[in-house]
Design a protein around this ligand. Sequence first.
Ligand code: 4NP
Length: 148
Amino acid sequence: MPMNILMVCLGNICRSPLAEGILRTKLTTDFYIDSAGTGGWHVGQSPDVRSIETARNYNIDISHLKARKFSVSDFDTFDHIFVMDQSNYKDVLQLAPDGIAKSKVSLILGPSKEVPDPYYGGQDGFEKVYHLLNQACEEIAKKLKVIP
Ligand code: 4NP
């Protein structure tokens, strides 16, 4: 069954747009995939050039994406909300109106594991993030494609 999946990080310009682009290559187009940030500083901006470049190196185009802020209505729109780190997890859970909303949120690498924020580092950090997200998205796609 196709689902709506949201990737969330802090700024929605480095990690979550990359996660969005990667997951899109692994699922059919009837899955609706989006990303958002818990912070609003970069709303309306394209992904960081280092994320765009990293994605491009793996034949994924994320250059058209635009940052937006996570909204409480996303709990209604999406079936699964994947966050990158503990800080995102705390911020998103704080906005959850009920237990159903809370149950949709999970750390993308699994409990107590984090996708490190590459914003203040170099291109190598983005490459590392790509590999972490590629592995995670492979597993997410495998699970979602299984017919119960
Ligand atoms: P992201 O990275 O959460 O992966 O998009 C960041 C982008 C911007 C900032 C922090 C992290 N910032 O502080 O502006």
